[in-house]
Design a protein around this ligand. Structure first.
Ligand code: NAD
Length: 481
């Protein structure tokens, strides 16, 4: 256990600073207030953008040899590891997630910095042959000021996911933390502030999305937007960004499907369903929110999934329960409302379908719907909670059509022992990432991002680094050749 400060600050231009307004952060396990944080105003956001602008324009991040950025990033990773236990405690309290998962988030954050440290001195251009009389090559310039807007479900690891490659490429960054879960990110930034980066390279503000978030994304001095969050917010940001044609990476929501064929290994499948929809109380963009089961094994799988769901331990994050609370009363109300609509449309809640009435915190019952058809709301809309929609299919063709039949396309999964079938499905699934025989296989090294309403651009892996640079071509006429 670590003491949690009663009030937290923003980090702007190398200083921790308070604001005239405050936001209250609650503990979802008890629904009690946990702490307050300075609520950034538009003036604070402006201050942060100008600090990042000065840092980017000073060249302090780019005129050093790239090896210096490697050193900074490795130092950051060390500092993060040193605060991982304390940070995990804070994150678990403010967010409701399991303490062990909160610790994993900090370790994953450190890994992002180690991974991109390995690339910071390898951002190499190419030379392009144009025949005699010309020399042509490409350079990768940093974007400049990167504005990064983070959601509450994995605030620490998502923050590191964008910050590490941005710094590796030599950008200055303004981060906006989510109103519901900003404290763990303060611990993360405190660690980063110890690493000796130039002043203004990293700024953190916590404020209302519609106020300071939209100020950032329509700002002329911002060169890039990295947004992770919901589809409606992403669409609003794209409209704001259009004003100055600011490019960006959009990591949005999902309605991802796993396809379970009759020959699927049942143990692998069940373990994947458990983590796929109940990990982090289902508040995962790439959650397995739809399970498509071949008719021969449909009853057997429904029965096994329901038994697993009913056997989950329920409790707070610090109890490391299987199923933890959702982040807020508003989130819980939204999940329940969607469940009610699903029931009205004819889906059957075999288990769950409503919140626990007798618990103080925001606890949703683990929910399994059966007899879901592809057009029902529960098969089309993101729930962002521990709610699984199970559907049946007969043929591979039909399974692909159902899986691809939403406007989203974040991830998908195939469970089968037949490698040819797995490969056929993999090619045809509309998703940025396909898991075969294990949901959430992959890691920080594997590119991640969406298709359709799930967004565009890629985070994670080597490819993501190139989201944080601009290509410049240099074409030279050589006299005398
Ligand atoms: P949200 O869209 O409500 O908020 C995300 C962030 O955007 C917050 O920091 C918020 O303050 C800010 N914001 C809100 N309005 C804004 C505006 N007009 N301009 C600028 N910023 C604004 O999302 P959330 O509820 O925090 O997170 C859940 C959503 O995030 C889900 O849809 C989930 O699928 C998605 N998500 C996607 C990924 C991914 O990598 N694809 C990862 C995690 C979460």
């Amino acid at each position: 256990m670590y003491p949690i400060a009663s009030h937290w600050l923003n980090y702007i231009d190398g200083q921790w600073s308070d604001s005239v307004q405050r936001l209250t952060v609650n503990n979802p396990g008890s629904a009690e207030p946990l702490a307050t944080i300075a609520q950034a105003t538009v003036a604070d956001a402006e201050h942060a953008v100008q600090a990042a602008r000065r840092c980017a324009d000073s060249g302090e991040l780019t005129r050093v040899r790239p090896a210096q950025r490697v050193t900074w990033l490795l130092r950051i990773a060390e500092e993060i590891r040193a605060v991982a236990d304390e940070g995990a405690w804070v994150l678990c309290q403010e967010n409701g997630k399991r303490l062990s998962d909160a610790k994993d988030e900090f370790i994953e954050a450190a890994r992002y910095f180690e991974y991109y440290a390995g690339m910071a001195d390898k951002i190499e251009g190419t030379s392009i042959p144009l025949g005699n009389g010309y020399m042509d090559f490409t350079l990768y310039d940093p974007m400049g000021v990167s504005a990064q807007i983070v959601p509450w479900n994995f605030p620490v690891s998502i923050c590191a996911r964008s910050l590490a490659p941005a710094l590796a490429a030599g950008n200055a960054v303004v981060i906006k933390s989510p109103e519901l879960s900003p404290l763990g990110m303060c611990v993360l930034i405190r660690a980063i502030a110890n690493a000796g980066l130039p002043q203004g390279a990293v700024n953190l503000i916590c404020g209302r999305g519609r106020e300071v978030g939209s100020h950032l994304v329509s700002h002329r001095d911002v060169d890039q937007i990295v947004f992770t969050g919901s589809v409606p917010t992403g669409q609003s940001i794209l409209r704001d960004a259009a004003r100055h044609a600011i490019p960006g990476v959009m990591e949005l929501g999902g309605k991802s499907a796993a396809i379970a064929f009759a020959d699927a290994d049942r143990e692998q499948l069940l373990a994947s369903v458990k983590s796929g929809i109940f990990f982090n109380a289902g508040q995962v963009c790439s959650a397995m929110s739809r399970l498509l089961v071949q008719r021969e094994i449909y009853e057997e799988v429904v029965e096994a999934v329901v038994a697993m769901a009913e056997g989950l331990s329920i409790g707070t994050g610090q109890e490391n329960a299987d199923l933890t609370p959702v982040v807020s009363a508003g989130q819980l109300a939204g999940i329940e409302a969607l469940c009610r609509r699903a029931i009205e449309e004819g889906a059957i809640a075999v288990t769950g379908g409503e919140a626990f009435a007798d618990r103080a915190g925001h606890f949703m019952r683990p929910t399994v719907f059966r007899d879901v058809t592809p057009q029902m709301c529960i098969a089309q809309e993101e729930v962002f909670g521990p709610v699984l929609a199970i559907m049946s299919f007969d043929t591979e063709e039909e399974a692909i059509a159902i899986a691809n039949g939403t406007e989203f396309g974040l991830v998908a999964g195939v469970f089968t022992q037949d490698i040819s079938r797995a490969m056929r499905c993999t090619r045809r699934l509309k998703a940025g990432q396909v898991f075969v025989n294990e949901w959430y296989a992959g890691g920080i090294e594997t590119p991640f991002g969406g298709v359709g309403l799930s967004g565009f651009g890629r985070e994670k892996g080597q490819e993501a680094l190139y989201s944080y640079v601009r290509t410049k071509n240099v074409a030279i006429r050589i006299a005398g050749e």
